[in-house]
Ligand binder design. Structure first.
Ligand SMILES: Nc1ncnc2c1ncn2[C@@H]1O[C@H](COP(=O)(O)OP(=O)(O)OP(=O)(O)O)[C@@H](O)[C@H]1O
Ligand SMILES: [Mg+2]
Length: 254
């Protein structure tokens, strides 16, 4: 078996508000092998984003473990890209600052390898170009960009952290269909070029089929089915997965 880069074991995520508790994930176990793209699908509220946030270290699970294979980089190697790029970007900062600031914070945190002015700017320009932005976009504020361009900024910002794993939480759901296809192609190219591993969260099974070799199907916070995408979409074993695939067939294919 291939060594795993990320291993989630028995994850439980519980939200508490007052006396009420809500279990968003229950006994979720899976591996991500290096270079793999794994889809996480399920209906709204099934726990996809909560699991993604836990893997990205943005949320503490109530039980279970998340092991990420050690790397030579002393910074977090899991980055997350969100559904709504407008909400993820500070509206008052031009793209150049949005991309530079996390790098500057990181380099300050690691006193030995301080990146300064020119070095940061070179990395920012290269990352912007790598995601298909033009140099003049670096001067733009987020609202001066299209939705697709804003998502490219978010992807560039994640890439600048030199991640090994990207958690992509519905990265194209807020975009028009043609722009969706462009961003999906960009993500496929970046995965190949950088040897990235993806956890690709989506309720859109056509997109997942296109992007992922393997799929985890979530229902009410539990993994109810898992396997190769082709196999799951051709012959889903669970009635729940069948319902999801039938709903997807009613939507336009990409
Ligand atoms: N911060 C929170 N506080 C309380 N409950 C939460 C919180 N975040 C999520 N939940 C609940 O946890 C469950 C799972 O939410 P989650 O956002 O992970 O689902 P999802 O599969 O990503 O849904 P969607 O497809 O709509 O994005 C939902 O019932 C949700 O209401
Ligand atoms: Mg979600």
């Amino acid at each position: 078996m291939q060594a795993s880069l990320v291993r989630a074991d028995g994850l439980q995520i519980v939200f508490r508000s007052g006396r009420a508790t809500h279990v968003a994930a229950q006994d979720v176990t899976f591996n991500l092998a290096p270079g793999e793209s794994v889809g996480l699908v399920g209906e709204s509220g099934s726990g996809k984003s909560s699991i993604g946030q836990a893997i990205a270290g943005l949320l503490q699970p109530s039980a279970g473990t998340i092991d990420i294979a050690p790397s030579t980089a002393p910074w977090p190697t899991v980055q997350m890209v969100f559904q709504d790029p407008a909400a993820a970007l500070n509206p008052r900062r031009p793209v150049r600052r949005l991309l530079a600031e996390p790098l500057e914070v990181l380099s300050r945190a690691m006193a030995r390898t301080v990146l300064q002015g020119r070095a940061v700017d070179d990395l920012v320009v290269a990352a912007a170009r790598a995601v298909g932005l033009r140099d003049e976009h670096l001067q733009s504020l987020p609202h001066e960009l299209s939705g697709g361009q804003r998502q490219r900024v978010c992807i560039a910002r994640a890439l600048l952290m030199q991640p090994r794993v990207l958690i992509l939480d519905e990265p194209t759901s807020a975009l028009d269909l043609t722009v969706q296809a462009q961003i999906l192609n960009l993500l496929s190219d970046l995965r190949r070029e950088h040897g990235l591993t993806y956890l690709f969260i989506s309720h859109d099974l056509a997109v997942v089929r296109h992007m992922c070799e393997r799929v985890l199907v979530l229902q009410h916070g539990r993994v109810v089915e898992t396997g190769a995408s082709d196999q799951i979409f051709a012959a889903p074993a669970q009635a729940y997965t069948r319902r999801l695939t039938e709903a997807a067939q009613m939507q336009p294919a990409i």
